[in-house]
Design a protein around this ligand. Structure first.
Ligand SMILES: [Zn+2]
Length: 149
């Protein structure tokens, strides 16, 4: 790592931690919102079933209950993907035994394996503007030159 990169990474470390906290808070809030939504759907389901019961035909609730179940399944899968995102942001690792660990864990609390510390660096590559268009144009110009001869 050259000096400039070293300086940059030091300066951005604090910002990274702050950014990480913001990101996790955001994801946690999104999860809480979906959990509330699931509870609301379950309450609605009960309501639908009871109304159908009062009308003497539980099958009246079937369509609505089915819709609510589908939406709960969707919400649950969104929650699990949000939980995955939190894990990524926290830079958690998985032990060989399958247990999720904090990135700085020295030993696995489940199986006791010592954990190797891999220093992970975020590598950013500056993408230069594509020169393909220019190359194509010059190639076309060359080709034309060739043809005119
Ligand atoms: Zn383990």
């Amino acid at each position: 790592m050259d000096l400039l990169k070293k300086l940059k990474s030091g300066a951005s470390k604090a910002a990274d931690v702050a950014q990480q906290t913001v990101e996790i808070t955001k994801l946690t809030t999104q999860i809480a919102g979906r959990k509330r939504e699931i509870e609301k759907n379950k309450t609605l389901m009960g309501h639908e079933v009871y109304e159908a019961y009062k009308k003497g035909d539980l099958s009246l609730a079937e369509a609505k209950v089915g819709e609510l179940c589908i939406s709960i399944v969707e919400l649950e899968s969104e929650i699990s993907s949000l939980e995955q995102q939190i894990k990524r942001v926290r830079n958690e690792k998985t032990c060989a035994c399958g247990k999720d660990l904090a990135a700085d864990a020295k030993f696995c609390p489940s199986c006791g394996r010592p954990q190797i510390h891999e220093h992970t660096e975020v590598i950013t590559i500056d993408v230069l503007p594509s020169t393909e268009a220019g190359d194509a144009a010059s190639a076309a110009a060359k080709k034309q030159d060739g043809e005119s001869e």
